[in-house]
Design a protein around this ligand. Structure first.
Ligand code: PLP
Length: 462
């Protein structure tokens, strides 16, 4: 029985898959402050035009430039593993497979888009990228990408993580990035907040505002902003994961996948694995496709499909997405990458269509799953990834009850070697669940009152 399936570099996928081409109900456009669809030139100070074109592209297949493939070969194709040791312990008839995205230099799926975004920016003549980071996974992916392409990189890191997670910051600095705590005194947004709340721990919303301001206020025009999830072009770049997985499953003779699972913060690693299988489902295949989120930040399972801003300071256009409201402050769970108020428009529209079955899980169950994983498969998972593992264990147990030989595929989105404080809390018995009280959620959702509502029309096929 094969435990690992490799692809030769020559067999790497040479095109990304774009779900926007196949969604039965088309994606709805982002809106500007006047409620009208935004035009590409409105985004030009923030992103380079080649990425803006990709953001609105509806071609089914998009060629991956050779220059980007050259960057991806550093760790891709990533191996597909069979979770044989977990299967044995669960005594399940299911066959469980996972893509190991922890093999990238920064240790997660995020560099799949970070190297592509850095490459397109460089092609466009940009010299410097600015971004924000919460726990540091995205910041380190962009720092790595800028290092190998010779771009400058600036990262606004949420104050509390900056103080509590020095190792991710040191990774960014090792790759040559300049990382400052947010709010900082370098931007108007940061200075305003520091004046009002000198001791604030910061938030992703504030850090996004600082990064966008820093990018658009460079008068030389050589700086742009980069975002690590949510946007269409990010989902596109991540589909290389699912396209590789298809080739690998075929290589070992698996003809059909029954269940596809990924954890979802902004939606990119889940989309990257699942979208090629969503295409099969649209074409008639029977596949259960499960994005998993924390119960403390229940965007897909409890929040409405609405137009909302991507950031707290309302600097971004309005995106059609499941959202808890741009002012939402998630409880302090350890899976920092899953603490985002919105969800990628492409994932949201597919949920509206009924193509996906979102699931919310408590963090204690996820850590239990991550510990079981560590003691069987061996790898120590990121707290985000543990949500996918817990859902897979549920599915494998159900397959046992039903006596069915299901094929389960999931995305092991990254390792947790920089996130051991969460494991420490669990092992010391200090980890608690944070179900979100309805009252609190309604208050946050009310911040979207008065914003336009996207259509919830669907084909009715699923
Ligand atoms: C950032 C991150 C996530 C969540 O982000 P998505 O865009 O939803 O994929 C999940 N897993 C890991 C390891 C991450 O670093």
């Amino acid at each position: 029985m094969a435990v690992k399936v490799f692809l030769d570099e020559k067999d790497i996928p040479r095109q990304w898959y774009n779900l926007a081409a196949d969604l039965p109900t088309p994606l709805q456009p982002p809106l500007g402050p006047d409620g009208k669809p935004i035009t590409p030139d409105m985004l030009a100070p923030v992103f380079p035009m080649n990425l803006i074109e990709q953001e609105v592209c509806t071609d089914r297949w998009v060629d991956i430039p050779e220059g980007i493939l050259d960057l991806l070969y550093r760790w891709r194709p990533s191996p597909l593993y069979r979770a044989k040791y977990l299967e044995e312990v669960l005594d399940t008839p299911a066959r469980i497979y996972y893509k190991n995205e922890g093999v990238s230099p920064p240790g997660s799926h995020k560099p799949n888009t970070a190297v592509a975004q850095a490459w397109y920016n460089k092609e466009f003549g940009i010299k410097r990228l600015v971004t924000e980071t919460g726990a540091g996974q995205w910041g380190s992916a962009l720092a790595f990408s800028c290092a190998i392409l010779g771009l400058e990189c600036k990262v606004y890191m949420v104050r509390i993580s900056f103080d509590q997670k020095p190792f991710r910051r040191l990774m960014m600095e090792t790759w040559g990035a300049n990382c400052v705590a947010s709010p900082s005194s370098e931007t108007n947004a940061g200075r305003t907040i520091l004046q009002e709340m000198p001791d604030t721990p910061g938030s992703l919303g504030i850090a996004i505002s600082e990064a966008i301001e820093a990018a658009v206020s460079d008068t030389t025009g050589q700086t742009r902003y980069a975002l690590g999830s949510v946007l269409n072009h990010v989902m596109l770049h991540q589909t290389i994961i699912g396209l590789e997985a298809k080739k690998q499953l075929e290589k070992i003779g698996e003809k059909k996948v029954d269940v596809v699972v990924g954890c979802a913060g902004g939606g990119s690693n889940f989309a990257g694995l699942s979208f090629p299988f969503v295409a099969d489902k649209i074409a008639g295949a029977q596949i259960k496709i499960i994005p998993v989120e924390p119960t403390s930040c229940p965007t897909m399972t409890r929040a409405p499909f609405s137009y909302d801003h991507g950031d707290t300071a309302k600097m971004t256009p309005l995106l059609p997405m499941h959202s808890l409201g741009h002012g939402f402050v998630p409880p302090p769970i350890h899976a920092g990458g899953l603490r985002y108020h919105g969800m990628a428009p492409l994932v949201s529209q597919a949920i509206v269509e009924g193509l996906m079955e979102p699931l919310a899980l408590h963090q204690v169950e996820c850590y239990e799953a991550a510990i079981q994983w560590a003691k069987t498969e061996g790898f120590i998972s990121a707290p985000e990834t543990s949500h996918a593992i817990a859902a897979v264990i549920r599915e494998a147990k159900q397959a046992k009850e039903e006596g069915k030989e299901k094929v389960i595929l999931f995305n092991w989105s990254g390792h947790g070697l920089m996130d051991l404080t969460g494991y420490q809390a669990f092992l010391e018995g200090k980890l608690v669940d944070y179900p979100l009280p309805d009252e609190e959620m309604q208050k946050s959702i009310a911040s979207m009152d008065g914003l336009p509502k996207p259509s919830t029309a669907k084909s009715g096929k699923w």
